[in-house]
Design a protein around this ligand. Structure first.
Ligand code: ATP
Length: 241
């Protein structure tokens, strides 16, 4: 579903990603880990079409996603519908006056009847436990509530791939558990889940594959949960990230 071949991203100040080779199949639940600044957010920005690789290639469902592809507004919109992103800082993502409008915002850019929009908004608010927040101002919500509303607004577009950058940060253990349980349900429904997390102990039973970057912005380990279970030293290393 996703193929990166020798993908490099260079900021003016230095590398964000260095010659990344990666394949992700539909329905995987992958956790991206690594030290601060190793390149996880840069990778997510490339996958979602917000940044374009400096060199190497990115293909999504056998289509090369490059500057030419993204220049076309329709193609760009299709990619944004297929790959939904919950950003690290929910404040950058929430700008409507009510939670219901926030969740409906993306849907209103599509040719959908108001009744269908209302149905999808309700479904997503229920799924993410946000029904009672419907008329609240997103900006006034708690960190955990904002995260759930951001997730609801992304889910409303029914993306095939869900990218979540540090979705557990700042949440109580109970809220973290709820988000992970929801992500597992979504994966079981066929979604591909890509998550960045520093919290190995919290994520270790949810993710099925762990891709770990090093400080040189390269992939140091790409390992499935079963193999990782036989490597206590590596597990210890991940728990310290
Ligand atoms: N806008 C930018 N301009 C210049 N350099 C940047 C920019 N954004 C990121 N970088 C640099 O690129 C590298 C990768 O950053 P990135 O944000 O992708 O890492 P990360 O793994 O998501 O980090 P964290 O775990 O702290 O969120 C870092 O060295 C960072 O300083």
């Amino acid at each position: 579903m996703i193929t990166l071949d020798q993908l490099t991203y260079a900021y003016p100040s230095g590398l964000g990603l260095d010659k990344i080779n990666l394949q992700i199949k539909r329905g995987e639940f992958v956790c991206f880990m690594g030290p601060n600044g190793c390149g996880k957010s840069t990778l997510f920005n490339i996958l979602s079409g917000l940044k374009v690789a400096s060199s190497g290639t990115y293909a999504f469902q056998q289509t090369t996603i490059d500057a030419t592809y993204l220049k076309n507004a329709q193609q760009r919109q299709r990619l944004h519908q297929q790959i939904g992103v919950v950003f690290q800082n929910s404040d950058t993502q929430l700008f409507n006056l009510t939670v219901a409008d926030e969740v409906a915002f993306g849907l209103r850019q599509l040719p959908l009847a108001e009744a269908e929009i209302e149905r999808r908004v309700n479904d997503c608010l229920v799924l993410t436990g946000c029904r009672q927040l419907r008329e609240r101002v997103p900006y006034h919500l708690s960190g955990g509530e904002k995260k759930r509303v951001a997730l609801a607004s992304v889910l409303a577009l029914n993306p095939d791939v869900l990218i979540l950058d540090e979705p557990l940060n700042g949440l109580t253990p109970a809220a973290q558990h709820e988000i992970l349980a929801l992500l597992t349900t979504l994966q079981q429904a066929g979604k591909t889940i890509l998550i960045a997390s520093h919290d190995y102990l919290q994520i270790k039973t949810s993710a099925h594959r762990f891709v770990v970057f090093n400080e040189q912005h390269q992939i140091a380990y790409d390992i499935d949960r079963t193999s990782l279970a036989t490597k206590p030293e590596l597990q210890k290393e991940l728990a310290l990230l």
